[in-house]
Unconditional design. Structure first.
Length: 362
């Protein structure tokens, strides 16, 4: 019996070794697949649990802005006939606890005038009462409806003090703005509607301007080619404002360029609305534009310098991300230049070239 037991034990040991050799790798592979599947499942679950706001401001790698693109992606221009503007009769009225801020600005202007200094010009402006977008039934093209209220520059300057403390300890930002609805705001906080134009010369150079250190709002930052506020007295519509800006800042007449409205954008930090335009010069080159401007422009004091950048996706993206530029942009300008690139080159190519530039920066 002992011999039989020993034999059975030896056979069992041999069979065990054989089974271990034969089944070890498959079992390990199965265990690895099980663990990998479990990890993938957990990662998937974690991804499903993540959330983000539907409205996000424009960003490009390390470049972060407060510009929210509300309507338009650059690919299809918004025609003038698709924009309806209604101007309401009653002017914007500041709340009683902010009205004194406007009085302070007016008093400061009077002191400046009495001392022989130039006060800020209290020009007539528009405030945005509401902005609505619908779609045409067949081709789903956008139809934009703007309701505007009359206001002035001093009211705008008072409303810019969004983080100034009110008597009850709140601020206009905390009291009147809804963090969950970026478009919801009273008209007295939307006292600015401007047009920003990306201008490309006949020899494919993007015009980039730097704001003068003498302007009151955002001095010294790099900005769009043309920036012009919508004027109650001078402009009949957004395209008219853009053409006026092209003349006053670059001395260009309407027959010298094409003009496309690409998007409507809101600066969430300062509550500035903008119509973003793309202008292509027909025959005027970058050298010709410099020569033209040397002979005088109406609003020369608004800019202190102008750059001319080859209008190619990789070049423009790299320019926007330069270390001496990336933190020195006016909030609405980078989105404008990106939309202009998409308009000319298409989103797929622009996104691909931007990704290549970002990879090279790592």
């Amino acid at each position: 019996m002992d011999g039989i037991d020993l034999a059975d034990g030896a056979v069992g040991a041999i069979l065990g070794m054989v089974c271990a050799v034969v089944f070890q790798q498959p079992l390990q592979d199965a265990w690895y697949r099980l663990r990998r599947g479990s990890t993938t499942t957990m990662r998937t679950l974690r991804r499903r649990e993540a959330s983000a706001p539907a409205w996000q401001t424009f960003s490009l790698g390390p470049l972060r802005t407060s510009a929210l693109i509300v309507e338009g992606d650059g690919s299809s221009p918004v025609p003038p006939e698709a924009i309806g503007i209604q101007v309401l009769d009653e002017e914007v009225v500041l709340p009683p606890d902010m009205a004194g801020w406007r009085d302070e600005i007016a008093e400061e202007a009077e002191r400046s005038r009495a001392q022989g200094r130039t006060p800020p010009w209290n020009g007539p402006r528009y405030a945005v009462e509401s902005f609505e977008v619908s779609r045409t039934p067949l081709d789903e093209r956008p139809e934009v409806r703007l309701r505007l209220r009359p206001t002035d520059y001093y009211t705008f300057l008072a409303a810019q003090q969004l983080d100034r403390e009110l008597p009850d300890g709140t601020t206009p930002r905390s009291r009147y703005l809804d963090p969950d609805d970026p478009l919801a705001a009273p008209s007295f906080l939307h006292c600015s509607f401007a047009v920003n134009v990306a201008v490309v010369t006949a020899d494919d150079m993007l015009v980039v301007s730097r704001r003068s250190n003498r302007v009151r709002m955002a001095p010294g930052v790099w900005n769009s080619s043309v920036n012009e506020g919508l004027s109650r007295h001078n402009d009949s519509d957004l395209h008219a404002a853009a053409r006026r800006g092209m003349w006053e800042e670059l001395s260009l007449e309407p027959h010298e360029y094409s003009l496309d409205l690409l998007a409507f954008v809101l600066d969430l930090d300062k509550r500035h609305w903008s119509g973003h335009f793309y202008a292509r010069l027909n025959d005027v080159s970058s050298a010709g534009l410099r020569t033209r401007m040397s002979r005088g422009v109406t609003d020369r004091w608004e800019h202190q310098s102008v750059d001319y950048v080859p209008f190619r996706p990789a070049t423009v993206v790299a320019y926007m991300l330069r270390t001496d530029r990336v933190q020195r942009w006016a909030p609405l300008a980078p989105a404008l230049f990106h939309l202009a690139l998409v308009h000319v080159y298409g989103r797929t190519r622009v996104e691909r070239m931007a990704a290549q530039v970002l990879r090279r920066r790592r």
